[in-house]
Unconditional design. Sequence first.
Length: 440
Amino acid sequence: MTNRPSTTIEMTLKYGGYFFFLIFALSVCISKAAVNVSGGFILLISVVYIIFYYDRIDFTYKKKYILIALSPFFVGFIASFFSLSGVSGSLAFLERFRFFLLFLSFALFINSEKKINTLFVMLNISSLTGILYGISVLDSWEFWGRTIGLHTLGRSSDLMVSISLMNIAGFFIYRSKDKTRNIIFKTAIFLNTLLMVAGISIMGRRGSIIGLIVGVVVLMIVFRRFFILALIMIVALCSLYFSDNWLAQRVKSIRDLDKNESNIIRLQLLRTGVDYIVDKRLFFKGTGAKKAEIFFGDYFNSKPETYKVKYDRVSLYFGNFHNSFLQMAIEAGVIFTMLFLASIFYMMVFLQKKLGNLEGNRRFYPAAALAVTMGCFASQFFHGDLYMYGGIPFILILSGGCGVCMIENEENNNIPEEDFTLHCPVLFGPDGPVLQKSDL
């Protein structure tokens, strides 16, 4: 690291990265094109910044934790050269998992609570825009099962789940010092969350509903609100048992593994996907990103007729396993998937440990990160959007939770909050941050 002052170019890169993060968050629920363009600029600026200002980052402290944090993507990228797709699989790997690189970009450019709060506001504005558009295009009262938003049905629902969980955590934890601002804040996120939960209910995606429930349960457990949790569960179970409306029927259908078509298809995809991994030994290597349809189709068609009859629905969904983790394992290998899950688990353990040392509003960020991560993972066990647009709020909120914990670490070491920068939120050890403070 150096002690030289920041240059105009360096500050321009930092503010440019922050600006495109705002556009990125604002676009999440509105436009894939805007997400791709702003996300591309964020990654480009990140690369330029690291190349020309690499000496601002201390990569020498506790390298073993850097290895732990970066190993999933390093190993996955190396393995992609040996995928069934050949060398071309490496570029496909980067394109498929590009949003996870935003963990590092977030640490480069989002270096204060104020900036994190602004990003979270942008997420709410984005979701509100999508909901209002979705409501405006409903042309009848037959709205059950219709898409509420600008994305596809499942993706819109998953986006709303993550942002709703963030808001629920904020509603109960975050407090503004000004009473009037606090009332405005609480009212705004309550109404927006109410709209999102209504949208989730209307769309009726069962995986999303499970994710929302899991996230709320995590929040209640984290803050030891077991009585409230028990009350919520009793009310929910009673409403399902005594209700016969469309939404209740959708939720009840989760337990029907014999006649429900959607459940049968998912089970068949899961079983044949696991068979494919084992038979083709997709442990270190995979098919390559977006190549599962071709290679799995050939595999399935080569099986005996009895096998194809037993799993007769699978041919309708070649390449789409409706499970983000199974999809990752098939396309990028089991080792990559397990390392990815281990790194996320590591971050969550860190957040949980730090949560007890945080006070006031700062408790909101790791609590929201824990709830959103668990809720997102629960829904993505049934959906395939974790590493695509539906997983973006999870990445931003988890980065925010880790970022605030890093600010806390800095202040505990008598380092001004303004100097919190250039920390990768996925790099933590039990004794503190992996990447040390820059001298900006």
